[in-house]
Design a protein around this ligand. Structure first.
Ligand SMILES: [Fe+2]
Length: 254
């Protein structure tokens, strides 16, 4: 990357984090580390899958800016909102803005004919919604946005499991699919223990409604329980699962 791109990434990252903290979920996600993790994961995927590094990392920073307007399920609305957000960065060309906004628009839904850069950010976002961190994070989204209430029923649990399973089924790259498999193995133990799962989902959802951010909830869960499903949760928070995966594959970390 050249110095213009490095400088732009720094500014885009700062503004995107600020916007997510201030405006998404009515300001309740203040302190969230999601964008930092998606950047780490996207960088890891870029090293193995290729693509344009600058476009990938810029998209990783801005992929959730449209949460400031609420629901992020409509790709066209996400793309238009992201385009508006990018206009403030004068050093960014029109073509770069369009490409980043298009990639951001596709981050939730994915799609076969997308550019490699869009597929990588999509996969990085799905990986941060994988494993038990994904469970904690989607309970947050259901509590604050999709249901707008504390989750407590068996049906809520089924919806939670079905959404996570659906997203994981759409991973594009081989590296992401392998990582997803490792992260989601312990999650089966969570959904397989329904009594524990419903109780834990309600406990998490209650904390979410009180405005406790996902990272804090995950740390509290690790202190409260030694359920086997939680084995990788700490490594997901720090992204250390990436280096463990490196070692398993016999790779040398870059
Ligand atoms: Fe995201």
């Amino acid at each position: 990357m050249d110095s213009r791109e490095k400088e732009l990434l720094k500014k885009i990252g700062e503004q995107a984090v600020r916007q997510l903290w201030r405006e998404a979920f009515g300001g309740k996600a203040h302190g969230s580390r999601h964008l930092y993790r998606v950047n780490r994961i996207a960088m890891y995927l870029w090293e193995r899958e290729g693509g344009d590094e600058f476009l990938i990392l810029a998209t990783a920073w801005v992929h959730d800016v449209s949460l400031a307007q609420g629901d992020d399920s409509d790709p066209a609305k996400v793309e238009a909102f992201t385009m508006g957000f990018l206009r403030k960065f004068e050093a960014l060309s029109e073509a770069e803005s369009r490409m980043i906004a298009q990639c951001a628009g596709a981050h939730e839904t994915g799609g076969e004919d997308l550019p490699l850069e869009a597929r990588i950010v999509h996969d990085a976002d799905v990986l941060d919604k994988s494993g038990m961190l994904g469970v904690v994070r989607h309970i947050w989204k259901m509590t604050h946005m999709l249901k707008g209430r504390v989750l407590y029923t068996e049906k809520d649990l089924d919806e939670l499991r079905d959404h996570l399973t659906e997203r994981e089924g759409k991973l594009f790259s081989k590296t992401a699919r392998n990582l997803g498999k490792i992260l989601n193995e312990p999650r089966k133990l969570f959904f397989g223990d329904r009594t524990f799962a419903v109780k834990t989902m309600t406990w998490i959802s209650n904390l979410d409604q009180q405005g406790v951010i996902c990272e804090k909830v995950a740390e509290m869960l690790l202190k409260k329980s030694s359920h086997p499903s939680l084995v990788l949760l700490k490594d997901q928070l720090s992204c250390d699962f990436l280096s463990s995966f490196n070692n398993q594959e016999g790779e040398t970390p870059k």
